[in-house]
Write a protein that binds this ligand. Sequence first.
Ligand SMILES: [Zn+2]
Length: 376
Amino acid sequence: MVDPIKLSRELLAFNTINPPGQELGCIKHLESILAVAGLETSVHTFAPGRANLIATIGGSKEKPPLCFTGHVDTVPLGNAKWSVDPFAGEIVDGNMYGRGSTDMKCGVAAFVSAICGMAEQLRDTSGVVLVITAGEEIGCEGAFHLARGGLLGRAGAIVVAEPTSNVAVVGHKGALWLRATLTGVTAHGSMPHLGVNAAYKAARALAILEKFQFNVAPHPHLGPPTLNVGTVHAGLNVNSVPDRAEIGIDIRSIPGLDHARIEEHLRAELGDDVSLEPIVDVGSVWTEPSTPWIKSVHEIVRNVTGVDAGPRPQTAPYFTDASVLTPAFGNPPTIILGPGEAAKAHQTDEFCSVDRIRQATDIYIALAVKWCAKED
Ligand SMILES: [Zn+2]
């Protein structure tokens, strides 16, 4: 029996702050637990000290397995001082504290403990596949390694255990982060006529970006695509003409809006003087709420938590590894459903409710039971 609370605390003890990540110790720990429970495991290294883990049990020709996925890297601690040890998994008033508790080691612990506890019963069924990634926080690099390497195999539906307070979420926007670079010619600050000022070029580009229109209808549930300039850098010292400027652009996209098309549109508006380079490029995720499997997920969640999903489909404000994994698995229905609270992710004194971890474990068990039930 793998206790999800104890496992959450063990995972929190690994410092997997990304950068630099260094998730291997945490991944190996999970591998040994899953192997002991009888799952077939494989560790896929993509950089020194950094690896993803795939674990499977069961499997049949007729029906692909159910996939549970989560990442084990975390964001940095931030500048503010924590009131608790961020690696201790201390429980205060029913909440487990630690960096990566809500986002999303407690979610990973919940599905790992769920599947370990029922491994024998899954052996001769369509089965499950656990995809535990590293490097999610910086553009899903671990998931990309698995997808591009063709290492994923099959999945008939995907459960992403990111923080949703155990509400089934059916989609999120994509992200296209671009670095726009403008070049000029440097000169002494007392003789600006001898140079070409890259900062002025950047100012012209910023005016265009502020007015940029996507010209697409908003998604009925995810809303419109957005564009934000997050960073602007130009010049090294006040008494020189800057010969280089960089603008960081954060675009959030919706289904049907192709990233290549956005880039093309931006290039046309900004002109040849601006070079654009993608830093993060992950698509949006959306499963129609009327999909039978989504309906069955809502029913299971209602049975376990007593909370009804309500009439409006729920969406997440952040992106997840599903941006990469869902298309790589051939676009099976995907939900985001985990014990953490989205509002606590990336915060000082991040925590996850202990009751919700247990609830999530029960939900994941019920999802696996339902998926693997013999059909009559
Ligand atoms: Zn996350």
